[in-house]
Design a protein around this ligand. Structure first.
Ligand SMILES: [Zn+2]
Length: 238
């Protein structure tokens, strides 16, 4: 009733434009067609797109040369201009009407690893940052995915013990150093299968740190799912 009333006062807008849509959290067909969903063939480990001739179980060059601490990572969307808008509206704008549809996309991307997971855990935000922003978008995504899948989620399974510098403008190795040791698991998770949830996979450094912390706490497997993933076309061709 309340949502109907608010619709009359303020009709729902597309997640990607000012177009008025029939219900909150949807995207008009023209822009929907432009979203770049990530589909197989993908690196079995990090989810990076592979050439069409790749088979199941194949991995990208980066994972073959250095195996990540997580067992697998998947993302719903390539991080292009549309995905960036969805992420920034969520992260900076606190826009929540897309969460149910994002959860649906992330459930499809995580597939079997969501089904197998004992629980979901958001990547943590340091409390000082949380105090400024008042919400953690990774926790919102995790709660939405938990609701969509019926899986339990543990908001405090991972905590950030050091406030990190902003990751923007840092190289992959600088990001790893920046995040390394900053994330701790709270509790023991012996033999658990954990699915870590974040908004964007950039270099994977944050998810690496989460996976190392969860393994230290006894987790048997750590998988990850994000709404979007940075995919550079030069990396695909090489
Ligand atoms: Zn890979």
């Amino acid at each position: 009733m309340i949502s109907r009333l608010s619709d009359i006062i303020w009709p729902p807008r597309s997640l990607l434009s000012d177009v008025i849509v029939d219900r909150p959290g949807v995207i008009e067909p023209a822009l929907w067609g432009e979203l770049r969903f990530l589909n197989e063939p993908l690196c079995a480990c990090c989810g990076f797109p592979l050439p069409d001739h790749a088979g199941p179980g194949d991995q990208c060059a980066a994972c073959l040369s250095q195996k990540p601490a997580f067992d697998s990572a998947r993302a719903a969307l390539a991080y292009d201009d549309h995905a960036r808008q969805l992420v920034l509206d969520l992260k900076r704008g606190g826009r929540r009407d897309g969460l149910p549809v994002f959860a649906h996309w992330m459930a499809a991307a995580a597939g079997e690893q969501l089904v197998r997971a004992d629980f979901l855990a958001p990547t943590p935000m340091h409390w000082t940052r949380l105090a400024v922003r008042s919400f953690n978008q990774a926790a919102w995504l995790t709660a939405a995915l938990a609701r969509a899948s019926g899986k339990p989620w543990k908001p405090g399974a991972l905590t950030r013990v050091k406030r990190r510098k902003s990751q923007a403008g840092l190289s992959a190795s600088e990001r790893r150093r920046n995040v390394g040791g900053a994330i701790r698991a709270s509790g023991t998770f012996k033999d658990k299968i954990v699915l870590v949830v974040d908004d964007v996979f950039t270099t994977g450094a944050t998810l690496e740190a989460c996976a190392r912390a969860l393994r230290k706490a006894g987790a048997a497997e750590v998988h990850a799912v994000t709404l979007a993933r940075v995919v550079r076309s030069t990396d695909i061709l090489s």
